[in-house]
Design a protein around this ligand. Structure first.
Ligand SMILES: [Zn+2]
Length: 401
């Protein structure tokens, strides 16, 4: 009977198919997807720390999104989970729940610092622990105080009072099995902040952060810099500064993930993992010295702004910088062809090519989005007359008008 022959034949074919197509998948499946939770601090009715031209909640979201984009673009086997992707209020407890519900392997909470002294600046990364100094405790108290914005915080946080020093005693007796991994990662982040992004190093610190305490995985809380220091705020509020800080966190994560995979005996299958280049260091901007050297009060920058206002140099113009080269480029070449109002300026031995010339920031940002696939690293710059000025300064000039 033909049936007798057909059935085993079907199985044979199936077996062959599974061998050919499923076996490579089966090998990869042993490698669990790594879940990275990106927590942009604050949001919605909670602006976080507020500076002269920006709010903590916007900076943290921009940096978190950029870290996520880099990971998604360059790494395999990593799932990104955001605690928020828009300007919404998320309670602290819920942020930790999002991490736990998604079985997070790493939790990164991104924040911006503020201090009474305008002179304070620099980046620091926290892991959970008992604060050894009052300064560290103050940072944790400020970040935890968002709990008070919730109606039912006393029940939800089981009597934890973010403003009472006594509440923090719990962190002294806490065992954190994730501490070693958290500290390694925090150290990688600080190394990147200092080495690649040229930020002032305030080190790896410990304090009692509720959100770290509740997430059941290695976790760090990054304080990108001080919004209360005007020069640092200009950096953190700029697309270039945000990009650099995101790249720094991304590179630290690539390193952490590499050693994590090695420890678990995973083969290096992440061929796609690459180190992204710093398209153009932010320090190339004219105010570079302000960011790399100790800052006093930020008055210098302000006086520059007012001089420009008085000089009546006209309106700032926004352009999109798409590429830079030591040689003049052929504007008819395939990668530059057909671009609207293509232009270049010279700076630091480079011909820097730009697209667009807009007085409206939204317009130039639209051009940036339109060209995102073609020029993923393009970024917005601003000119006042012939002089290149920081974008935040240009925005401020418009706002003040
Ligand atoms: Zn914060």
């Amino acid at each position: 009977m033909p049936m007798e022959f057909n059935i085993p034949m079907k199985y044979l074919v199936l077996l062959l198919f599974s061998f050919l197509f499923l076996s490579p998948l089966a090998t990869n499946a042993q490698k669990k997807e790594f879940v990275l939770v990106l927590d942009a601090g604050h949001g919605g009715r909670d602006p976080g720390a507020v500076g002269k031209i920006s709010k903590e909640k916007d900076i943290t979201l921009a940096v978190a999104r950029k870290v996520g984009d880099l990971v998604e673009k360059n790494m395999r086997n990593v799932k990104i989970v955001y605690t928020r992707k828009t300007d919404v209020f998320i309670p602290l407890e819920q942020r930790a729940s999002i991490a736990n519900d998604n079985h997070a392997d790493m939790f990164i909470s991104i924040h911006v610092n503020a201090a009474k002294s305008k002179a304070a600046y620099g980046a620091e990364t926290y892991t959970l622990g008992l604060a050894k100094t009052k300064a560290n405790l103050d940072v944790a108290m400020t970040e935890n105080s968002v709990i008070l914005l919730e109606d039912d915080y006393q029940t939800r946080y089981r009597g934890f009072d973010p403003n009472s020093v006594d509440s923090y005693i719990m962190f002294e007796f806490m065992m954190d099995k994730y501490l070693d991994n958290s500290i390694s990662f925090a150290t990688y982040i600080q190394n990147q902040f200092v080495g690649a992004a040229k930020r002032y190093d305030r080190g790896v610190r410990q304090a009692g952060f509720w959100v770290l305490h509740r997430s059941a995985c290695p976790s760090v809380l990054v304080e990108l810099g001080f919004i209360s220091n005007y020069n640092e705020e200009l950096y953190l509020a700029s697309t270039g500064g945000q990009r650099e800080m995101a790249q720094a966190i991304y590179h630290a994560f690539v390193k952490y993930k590499g050693s994590y995979d090695k420890k678990l005996g995973y083969a290096r299958t992440d061929a796609n993992e690459k180190v992204v280049s710093f398209a153009e260091p932010y320090v190339n901007e004219p105010v570079e010295q302000a960011y790399t050297q100790p800052v006093n009060s930020g008055q210098e920058t302000q006086s520059t702004v007012s001089t420009q206002e008085q000089s009546g140099a006209g309106q700032p113009i926004f352009k999109l910088q798409i590429t830079a080269s030591t040689k003049k480029l052929n504007t008819n070449s395939s990668n530059l062809k057909g671009l609207k109002s293509l232009d270049f300026y010279q700076e630091g031995g480079y011909y820097k090519y730009t697209v667009g010339a807009e007085t409206n920031y939204e317009n130039i940002d639209q051009i940036r989005l339109d060209l995102k696939n073609r020029f993923p690293d393009a970024f917005i710059i601003a000119f006042l007359g012939d002089k290149k000025i920081p974008v935040q300064e240009a925005l401020k000039l418009i706002k003040d008008k």
